[in-house]
Design a protein around this ligand. Structure first.
Ligand code: PLP
Length: 426
């Protein structure tokens, strides 16, 4: 028995399903999860010493790849002075100033420990600010494992929905309406009927948790306009997109100002961090300034702040965004060309360093079309690539990422193996 298998058996004895977050378990593709002992640049190494080109990148945070020297040295330096104080530090101010400067809709920001905490707190804040209950979300958008957001639509397009998870009372998701991503008419008609009860509309401005689905022209603009008309708040969940597509939020490319923004992943530089920010007016509702309680023993943790600040510093200095976009575009076009000539039903949605690979003739514009993808084909591709030393997400509904460490010859290896896979299918 190999080490990975041995570890997985042991892990399953003491950790539910052997993992601390479900998709890590390879349930959607089958097989044994790889236990990682080391990361370096674009690579990860498993317990059996096998090297992989990493296209998961810790599910998004590692836009600079593993072990970027500036991030590692910032973390080491902070650790030498302590790992947590439970009292304020200048690092938190520096990080908050950096985020407020980069994202104009954010005048104040509070740090938490995960994206889930950020969205959970943003919703509490929105409900308090508007004195309303209903939250609107969109099918296929994931906002962390917050009770009230673990809901998707039933077959009807506009239903108040049932929970996705056992243990979430239906009373809780009853205040969550789930609409279809990119369905402008559906959203408008929902708001016409229910707009006055809506506290907030929460959306991923690029959906990155059903593969990658881009917003169609007018969709996000409609959300902004309608929430303003109805005095509801607009929450952009930029946990994936924040600092991924430009130095700031995707909102700054779009020219849309949401009321509240949630951040996570990249801003933690690989350490556990989330954040939510808004105007001073909205943020002043939070304790200790206002009546909305929100707290965290390790929030604004100095080691996490140091890792995040170092990451932002590199991103600001090097502006890798045009380069990442170019690398991903070239990669996607080449894969699509091959797939097309092989007659394979295949679609790639991509923007910047993130892409969604779908065994589907496309176009893929929302959860309905995402779900028409051939998931067995994805599992086959996954295992083919894994054998070749290329680690893509162990689920057809997650993003394919690249980092600044994914330079030309690294990407060529991934491309070569994908070509080989497609050829074998033809
Ligand atoms: C990852 C993610 C979250 C949850 O973040 P965690 O740190 O895993 O709690 C929330 N929203 C989006 C868009 C995400 O991609």
């Amino acid at each position: 028995m190999g080490k990975n298998e041995e570890f997985f058996l042991r892990a399953q004895q003491c950790i539910p399903g052997g993992v601390n977050s479900p998709v890590r378990a390879f349930k959607k593709v089958g097989g044994t999860p790889r236990f990682i002992i080391k990361g370096q640049g674009p690579y990860m190494f498993d317990a059996e010493g096998k090297r992989y080109i990493d296209h998961v990148l810790s599910w998004g945070p590692l836009i600079l790849g593993h072990c970027h020297p500036e991030v590692i040295s910032a973390v080491k330096e902070q650790v030498n002075s302590g790992t947590s104080y439970g009292a304020p530090t200048e690092l938190e101010i520096l990080m908050a100033e950096e985020i407020c400067n980069a994202i104009p809709s954010i005048e104040q920001v509070r740090f938490v420990n995960s994206g889930t905490e950020a969205t959970m707190s943003a919703i509490r804040l929105a409900r308090a600010y508007t004195k309303r209950k209903t939250i609107v979300k969109f099918e296929g958008c994931y906002h962390g494992h917050v009770d009230s957001l673990l809901a998707k639509a039933g077959s009807g397009a506009m239903t108040f929905s049932l929970p996705d998870s056992s243990g979430v009372p239906s009373e809780i998701t009853a205040t969550t309406a789930v609409l279809k991503y990119n369905d402008i008419a559906g959203f408008k008609s929902f708001m016409d009927k229910n707009g006055e009860s809506v506290a907030a509309v929460i959306v991923e401005p690029v959906a990155g948790n059903m593969g990658v689905v881009l917003p169609e022209k007018g969709f996000l603009e409609t959300l902004r306009q309608s929430t303003l008309e109805n005095k509801a708040l607009l929450i952009f969940d930029e946990v994936i997109t924040g600092f991924r597509l430009c130095y700031g939020g995707f909102q700054d490319i779009l020219g849309i100002r949401p009321d509240i923004t949630c951040l996570g992943k990249i801003i933690g530089g690989g350490m556990p961090v989330g954040a939510f920010g808004a105007s001073r007016d909205i943020m002043s509702m939070l304790a200790p300034s206002g009546p909305v309680y929100q707290a965290g023993t390790l929030s604004g943790n100095p080691v996490a702040m140091a890792a995040g600040l170092a990451t932002l510093k590199v991103l600001k200095r090097e502006n890798p965004y045009p380069g990442l976009e170019k690398t991903m575009s070239e990669f996607s076009n080449e894969v699509l060309d091959i797939a097309k000539s092989a007659g394979l039903a295949f679609t790639i949605n991509h923007i910047g360093s993130m892409a969604g690979l779908f065994f589907n003739k496309g176009p893929v514009k929302g959860l309905d079309t995402v779900m028409q993808s051939d998931t067995q084909a994805y599992a086959d591709l996954f295992h083919y690539l894994l054998d070749q030393g290329i680690y893509i997400a162990p689920s057809p509904f997650e993003a394919f990422f690249i980092s600044t460490a994914h330079v030309r010859d690294v990407m060529e290896k991934t491309l070569y193996s994908m070509k080989e896979y497609v050829m074998n299918q033809a």
